[in-house]
Design a protein around this ligand. Structure first.
Ligand SMILES: *Cc1c(COP(=O)(O)O)cnc(C)c1O
Length: 460
């Protein structure tokens, strides 16, 4: 009989083979699963069996019924939402870190996880050209990174007003004015509701035709205030005018938070960093790893210029931030206590790419987006935005024709694009965020989209 270690080794080997086959097939399968593949999920046990199932059989069922019912968003022809793929080094590091199963709560629980995360945070900070001294922590996604940055903001502006929000909460606190753009991502509203700042209790600033906050339309405010700016509009890819917003905020002692889920990565490219000019003047920033850095889910970083505000907002130890010279634990920098060593995936991605590789990943996606737009325009579609980053908005005529085309593209399976609303009309949104996308993927996908548009018009 095999001993446990041999059985485990065989299981992991077999699983890595299954994963490799899955990845190899991504290029040739339909992007959205066929309905028969989704129906296969019904073959999984509906109720929890009384008896154990051998591990190899568990994996067999998962691969046989689960893999075909996935969406091939880890491949090169998925352009929905803003979804990255996985770099090989990052995926493999994620597996090894799974075997380590380290808790990243304190340094003593894992010196390796602690060092790797601190290094990855510093590397990303430098790549994004954020100020020296800025610190941050890994969280599950950009929504939680916004939560973390805005919690630090809430602390700082109320501390200045003589109120300890961590100890006393918001009841009776001086009111905070929150300023957002009409084009802020829905994640910002969700986070404001979680923080007790109120999704609707905001002053809205109009946006221009590309979706940038109008720097000349910022309101007058009194007392503690936070302004939420954006790098990378989820539809158009446009970035807010940071110098105007930051000047406005400085004059009013307000905090500037930047939601930079994918757009902040433009700062890693010499060609594109002009889009983020001035962004380093903000106080906090949120950025995803699982979108454009092509790190496995779930991964994002919250950065705060003055670490003491972050620690004050996140630490479980009251007043821990007052200890002069004390080095914070990772748990003092994020909402979590126990959690996986998610920074390891990002560390591996960054080391495998190097500075030039990150710039290339970002520039290549933008080049693909421009090419996609050019091919669709040549085929008669209308491009609705300036393609300054990796996002393209397309119209195929009426709302009805565009919606029909989007459905037809998804149905046909060569690629996947989603619908959105842009200036009150239906548009197809294309986001090129995968390191796996090739020139050929773009040519094939553009052909498939134009053919779907053609069919949609003919059957209208
Ligand atoms: C994707 C996105 C979010 C939400 O990020 P998650 O990683 O899904 O939590 C917030 N803001 C912008 C601009 C985004 O693109």
């Amino acid at each position: 009989m095999q001993d446990d270690s041999e059985r485990t080794r065989a299981l992991l080997r077999r699983t890595s083979d299954r994963a490799a086959v899955y990845l190899e097939r991504l290029g040739s399968r339909r992007v959205a699963p066929a309905s028969s593949d989704v129906a296969g999920l019904d073959s999984l046990p509906p109720g929890l069996p009384d008896r154990p199932t051998p591990a190899e059989e568990v994996l067999e069922q998962l691969d046989r019924w689960g893999s075909p019912a996935t969406v091939a968003s880890n491949g090169g022809r998925y352009f929905g939402f803003v979804i990255g793929s996985t770099l090989p080094a990052s995926l493999a590091a994620n597996w090894l870190a799974g075997a380590w199963n380290q808790n990243t709560y304190t340094e003593v629980m894992s010196p390796a996880a602690w060092r790797l995360e601190a290094t990855a945070v510093r590397w990303v900070r430098d790549l994004l050209r954020l100020p020296e001294g800025t610190d941050g922590g890994f969280v599950t996604g950009d929504t939680m990174a916004n939560f973390t940055g805005l919690a630090a903001a809430r602390h700082a502006v109320l501390e200045r007003a003589g109120w300890d929000v961590e100890a006393n909460g918001l009841f009776g606190a001086p009111p905070i004015t929150v300023v957002v753009s009409d084009e802020a991502h829905v994640a910002v509203g969700k986070v404001l509701s979680l923080l007790g700042l109120g999704r609707d209790r905001v002053l809205r600033v109009p946006a221009d035709e590309q979706g940038r906050m109008r720097g000349d339309r910022l309101p007058e405010v009194e007392g503690p205030a936070i302004v939420c700016a954006q790098s990378g509009n989820v539809n158009s890819g446009a970035c807010d005018p940071f110098p105007a917003i930051i000047d406005w905020a400085r004059a009013r002692h307000s905090w500037v938070h930047v939601d930079g889920a994918f757009g902040l990565w433009a700062s890693a490219s010499p060609e594109l960093r002009g889009l983020n000019a001035g962004v380093e003047g903000a106080d906090s920033w949120a950025v995803d790893g699982h979108k454009w850095l092509n790190v496995p889910y779930d991964s994002a970083i919250a950065f705060v210029r003055e670490r003491r505000h972050l620690v004050a907002a996140m630490s479980s130890a009251a007043s821990a931030y007052l200890a002069v010279g004390a080095r914070p634990e990772r748990q003092d920098l994020t909402p979590d206590m126990s959690r996986r060593a998610r920074g390891v995936d990002a560390w591996a991605a960054l080391l495998s790419l190097g500075r030039s590789g990150v710039a290339d990943l970002v520039e290549r996606s933008c080049r693909h987006a421009r090419r996609f737009a050019e091919l669709l325009r040549a085929g008669g579609a209308r491009i609705l935005n300036d393609v300054v980053l990796n996002q393209v908005l397309v119209s195929f005529g009426s709302d009805e024709a565009t919606a029909r085309t989007v459905r037809a593209v998804q149905q046909e399976g060569t690629c996947w694009c989603g619908p959105t609303t842009w200036h009150g009309s239906v548009a197809m949104r294309i986001s090129v965020s995968s390191g796996r996308t090739t020139d050929d993927d773009i040519e094939r996908s553009a052909q498939a989209v134009l053919a779907a548009a053609d069919r949609s018009v003919r059957t209208a």
